[in-house]
Design a protein around this ligand. Structure first.
Ligand SMILES: Cc1cc2nc3c(=O)[nH]c(=O)nc-3n(C[C@H](O)[C@H](O)[C@H](O)COP(=O)(O)OP(=O)(O)OC[C@H]3O[C@@H](n4cnc5c(N)ncnc54)[C@H](O)[C@@H]3O)c2cc1C
Length: 251
């Protein structure tokens, strides 16, 4: 669940990303163009959305599936792609056991299928690229943070950005091939040889917070309820101001 926030009617941010709220209120057709396996339980689904009004890194959308008998199911999904993606939007979905929507995507969806989307939604968790960003995610909670990393790279931004991503093991680390020097993976159950195993802890944050970039860090935390609580508690204990911690919960 996203914290309450009333977004302005129009965002204008460095690099000319502008997002109209009127467009976000309309359902539009998204055509699945590609499916990429990320981990044994997560895949990325790429959609052509010709009328997409643009988004800010960190925002999500509402997705709707409609059955032949008119039954519909709607779910929120974070946008994984950077804003400049040529009329396309990418989502990365975990396969939830018994999950209605994620189950359909992982077992039935094929390129050419059409779904409905509405968005972008939630300005609160958005990062326009204008301030140092400390990103902390677990599991598929890394999805909106990856949009920020991709945006940072695509625009060649020099504002500091760091990503701490927690996964059970290397085989469950979503986007593993894409991480660079900005990212520190934390493995909770199994790790590559020589890498410690353990939960996200104070020492992971200490060195990052010690960097003290100009203007200070804006922290973005995303994952399950339990992870969001744990990570934000560590941040506060490490001295991060509460009003500079933004949280998105998938649970
Ligand atoms: C703002 C926001 C952004 C989100 N972004 C993403 C994203 O980028 N990628 C992604 O994979 N998911 C994301 N989610 C979660 C997503 O909206 C769905 O909840 C998820 O895909 C499960 O839907 P489903 O229809 O497959 O399962 P359902 O049919 O709704 O649920 C099936 C069973 O699984 C349980 N369950 C539901 N959701 C979860 C979950 N997330 N983890 C574990 N168990 C669950 C339910 O309690 C139920 O027992 C996001 C949620 C929010 C609120």
């Amino acid at each position: 669940m996203t914290e309450t926030f009333t977004p302005p009617t129009r965002f204008a941010v460095p690099g000319r990303i502008a997002v109209s709220n009127r467009a976000a209120a309309l359902w539009q057709t998204a055509t699945l163009t590609e499916i990429r396996r990320e981990t044994p339980r997560a895949s990325t689904f790429r959609f052509a959305v010709p009328a997409w009004a643009g988004h800010l890194p960190g925002q999500h959308l509402m997705l709707r599936l409609t059955a032949d008998d008119g039954y519909t199911a709607q779910r929120h999904y974070s946008i994984a792609s950077a804003p400049d993606d040529d009329g396309h939007v990418e989502l990365t979905l975990d396969h939830v056991d018994g999950g209605e929507v994620s189950g359909w995507f992982h077992t039935r969806a094929e390129p050419g299928d059409e779904v409905q989307v509405r968005g972008p939604l939630s300005g609160f968790f958005a990062w326009p690229g204008d301030r140092p960003a400390l990103l902390i995610g677990a599991g598929s909670g890394v999805v909106p943070l990856m949009s920020m990393v991709r945006h940072h790279r695509a625009r060649g931004l020099d504002v500091p950005l760091r990503l701490l991503v927690s996964a059970r093991g290397p085989e469950e680390l979503i986007y593993a091939r894409e991480y660079g020097a900005e990212t520190l993976p934390v493995y909770t159950r199994s790790a590559p040889e020589g890498v410690p195993v353990g939960r996200l802890a104070a020492h992971h944050l200490a060195s990052l917070l010690a960097e003290e970039p100009e203007g200070g860090w804006e922290a973005y935390v995303c994952g399950s309820n339990a992870f969001a609580e744990h990570a934000s508690r560590l941040l506060v204990r490490a001295g991060q101001p509460v009003d500079r911690i933004r949280i998105e919960r998938f649970g």
